[in-house]
Design a protein around this ligand. Sequence first.
Ligand SMILES: *[C@@H]1O[C@H](CO)[C@@H](O)[C@H](O)[C@H]1NC(C)=O
Ligand SMILES: *[C@@H]1O[C@H](CO)[C@@H](O)[C@H](O)[C@H]1NC(C)=O
Ligand SMILES: *[C@@H]1O[C@H](CO)[C@@H](O)[C@H](O)[C@H]1NC(C)=O
Ligand SMILES: *[C@@H]1O[C@H](CO)[C@@H](O)[C@H](O)[C@H]1NC(C)=O
Ligand SMILES: *[C@@H]1O[C@H](CO)[C@@H](O)[C@H](O)[C@H]1NC(C)=O
Length: 673
Amino acid sequence: MLVLIKLILLVVSALAGFASCQDLSITYNGFRSTNLSLDGLAQLTPNGVLKLTDDTKEQQGHAFFPNPVSFKNSANSSAFTFSTTFVFAIVSEYPTMSGHGIAFVIAPRRGLPGALPSHQLGLFNETNNGKPTNHVFAVELDTVQSKEFNDINNNHVGIDINGLNSTLADPAGYYSNGNGVVQNLTLASGKAMQVWIDYDGTAKHISVTLAPIYAGKPNKPLLSLPNDLSPVLNEIMYIGFSSSTGSVPTSHCLLGWSFKMNGVAQGLDLSQLPKLPRVGPKKRSKVLTIGLPVILIASLSIAISGVIYRVRIKKKFAEVLEDWEHEYGPHRFKYKDLYIATKGFRDKGLLGSGGFGKVYHGILPSSKLEVAVKRVSHESRQGMKQFVAEIVSIGRLRHRNLVPLLGYCRRKDELLLVYEYMPNGSLDRFLFEQHENTLNWSQRFRVIRGVASGLFYLHEGWEQIVIHRDVKASNVLLDSELNGRLGDFGLARLYDHGTDPQTTRVVGTLGYLAPEHTRTGKATTKTDVYAFGAFLLEVVCGRRPTEPHPPTEDAILVDWVFSCWNKGQILEAVDQNMGLNYVKEEVELVMKLGLLCSQSEPIARPSMRQVVLYLDSALALPDLSSLGISASGLSFSSQEGFGDFNLSCPSSMDKPFSHASSSVAESLLSGGR
Ligand SMILES: *[C@@H]1O[C@H](CO)[C@@H](O)[C@H](O)[C@H]1NC(C)=O
Ligand SMILES: *[C@@H]1O[C@H](CO)[C@@H](O)[C@H](O)[C@H]1NC(C)=O
Ligand SMILES: *[C@@H]1O[C@H](CO)[C@@H](O)[C@H](O)[C@H]1NC(C)=O
Ligand SMILES: *[C@@H]1O[C@H](CO)[C@@H](O)[C@H](O)[C@H]1NC(C)=O
Ligand SMILES: *[C@@H]1O[C@H](CO)[C@@H](O)[C@H](O)[C@H]1NC(C)=O
C-alpha cells in the first residue's frame, strides 16, 4: 500500500513536473525580480528594464530564461504550440541611424556561444549561418540592411530559421484593424512597441505581429509563414533574446515579456512596465550633457562659418596672376580694391554697358581717385599676354586726348581695365541724346582736332604703332573741359588674337569698318583712318554713319554727304541742332576730310599725320573733284556686302558687329556703349 501510495505520488509529481515543463508560462511586467541568464552587454536596470545592449559599439548581449523548455515529446514528434509577446524599444543616440537590432530566439543552449555582434545580431557567425545543425529559431527586429543576408531594408521584421537569411521578412509595420492598411513603424524610433509571436503546432504555422504599445494586437499578423518547426527545434530548448550593436551606439531595451507553451501567452500589464531609460549610459550633469555640446556646436559652427566666409571672400576676390605679369606690378590693381571702389559693382554706379563690357564708376579706396572700371569678359587666354603687354604700354602713354589707362586686373574669364574717370561721359550722348544741350561748332571742332591728335599719337607718336580699332563717337569721352579723349584703344584686339586665319573674325562697329577690314580681318592704321572719317561726318552731321530705319537713299551718311557735295550743297548735311553759328570753311573742311577718309581704297585715304595737318590748316586739302572721288569710290556705294547687312541689321547702327560668327564676340558685342 505504502509502495502504491509512493508510486502514485511519484507519478503525480512526475506528471506535475512534466506538465510544468511542457506548459511553461511566464509573465514579466518589467524584469526587476527575474532570474534571467545574461551575458555580454545585457544588464538589468534598477527600475527593471532589460537592457540587452548599451551604447558600446560592436558588442552583443543575451538574456535567456534560465530553465530548459520542452518543445516536443521526442525527436520525431511535432513541436508544441507556443506563444510569446514582449515590449521593446530601440533607442539610438542618433535620430536616423541605429544598429543593429533585437531577436527573440529559441536555441539549444542558454546562450549563443561563438556568435558575433553587429549584423550577425549575436545569433550566428560566418561559418554556421544557415546550417540546419544550428537548431535556432529567431524573429529579428533589424534596423540595418545587411546585403549579405538579403535584407529587404533597414527597418524590417524577419523570421530566421538557422540563419540570418530570413525565411520571411517585411518592413516594420502593422495592419490596422479598421481598413487593413499597413501602417509603417520605425523600429529605431526609441518608442516602445509590442511584438507577438505565435506558433501553431497543429497547423504548423508561424505568425509575427507588431504594433505600437497600447495599440493592442492587430487582427492580421505582419508575417504569416506556414512552416513546421519540428525539425528545427530540439526536445529541450532555451528561450530568450539576443541583440548586438554595430558602429552606432544603440540601447536595445525590453520592458516586459510573456511566454506560454501550449497556449496563448498571458497579456502584459502595460501600466506596470518600467519607464525607458535616458539615452546614454552614464549620468552626466546637464551642463555637460546639454551645455557642453551646445557650446561645442556653437563654437564649431562659428569656426566653420569663419572658414566658409574666408573661402568665399577668397573666391570672391580671386584673381589670375601669372609669372609674366610681375613686371606689370605697378599697373596691377587688386580686385578687392576695385570691388570696394565700385561698391561691389552695383548697378547704381553703372556708367555704361555694351561694347566690350560694363563700365562702373568708382573711387579708389587709397588714393580717392575717381575711376571708371571696365569689366571685359574674356574666356580665352589666347593673346592675353600680348594684350596685357599692349595695354600696359598704352597705359604708359600720356596724351591729353587719350583716356588715361591706370591699370588692369585679371580674374578668371574676366579682365578689368581701370581708366581715369571722365566726368562728361561720351560724345555720342551729346550728339544724339541731348539736343538742347548739344555742342556748338567750336566745341565740336576742338573735339575733332583732339581726337585726331590722340589717334595720330597712337599711330606715330609712340615707339610702336598702336591701332585703336574702334574709333567712334561713343568711344570718345569728354573731360571736364570738354576735350575729346579717345578711350577703349586696342580692346578690339583682344578678340582678334589667336584666331584661325581661315575664319577671319572682325571686331569693330558697323559703319566704321573699312571694307578691306571686313574682307581681310586685318586692322591697320588705314582702317583707323576710315573709322575716323565716319566719326568726322558723325560729329558734323549729328547722325550715325548708317540709319537702318527706314532704309532710304539717305540711310548711309557718307553717301548722303557725297550727294550733297556733288550738288555743290555740302552744308545741307550739317547738324541742324548746331544752329547757324559755325565757321563755314571749317565745317566744309571737316566734311570733305570725312569723305576723303571714307574712300574704299586704303591707299587713297590720308594718314593721321596728314589729317592733323589738314585740320590745322597747315596743309591744304586736295580738291576732291581733281582726285576723281566718286560715289563708287566710297565704300558704302561699292557695297562690299554691307548693303545686305545694312538692311537686315535690326537695331541702331552703333551696334558693333562681328563679321564671322563668334560666340565670344557676339555675346560681348551687343549694344554700343
Ligand atoms: C537563478 O537561476 C540560476 C540558474 O538556473 C540558479 O542557479 C539560481 O539559483 C537562480 N536564482 C534564483 C534566485 O532563482
Ligand atoms: C518516432 O520514433 C519512434 C521511435 O523513437 C517510432 O516508433 C515512431 O514510429 C516514430 N514516429 C514517426 C512519426 O516517425
Ligand atoms: C561559430 O559558432 C559555432 C557555435 O555555434 C562555433 O562552434 C564556431 O567555432 C564558431 N565559428 C567561428 C569562426 O567563430
Ligand atoms: C544568404 O544570402 C546571400 C545573398 O543572397 C547569399 O550569398 C548567401 O549564400 C545566403 N546564405 C545562406 C546561408 O542562405
Ligand atoms: C511605408 O513604407 C514603405 C517602404 O517601406 C513605403 O513604400 C510606404 O509608402 C510607406 N507607407 C506609408 C503610409 O508611409
